[in-house]
Write a protein that binds this ligand. Sequence first.
Ligand code: RP5
Length: 159
Amino acid sequence: MSQAQVSIIMGSQSDWTAMEDALAPLETLGIAYETRVVSAHRTPDRLYRFCQEAHLRGIRVIIAGAGGSAHLAGMVAAITHLPVVAVPVSSRDLKGMDSLMSMVQMPRGVAVACQGIGNAFNAGLMAAQMLALSDPELTRRLIDWRHSQSQAVVEEVRG
Ligand code: RP5
């Protein structure tokens, strides 16, 4: 596999079942990615190192998923200049509302592109759209994929 352009990080191995949906659009569109566990509160040194080195390794977009007090995406965005797409992972007690609120409400000056609760698929798609801005071939694949998605929607309701 070629050099990863997208890094998909998550706060815990337990986030994988939600986060693996991010892979589908990346694989369909031929974008190389990596997956890692990076926790803001359990592995702060790993977080810092990851953020400082990501752009040097060729990473261009970071997808960050976490549940609970999901400060991961905000901390990543605070350290690296790379775009950060956030996925609030559904939590046991508050069903992801806690994750959503802590990711979507970033104070002015540090931006995070927050997706819906558990919507890792759209995070992968958003990363692909960002990369397509500077890649005409990828833009063509993205347009073709969107076209086939539209074609797959039936017009007549089947009763
Ligand atoms: C967060 O706490 C993780 O992102 C995960 O969503 C949640 C629970 O983690 P585990 O206790 O399952 O490792 O840091």
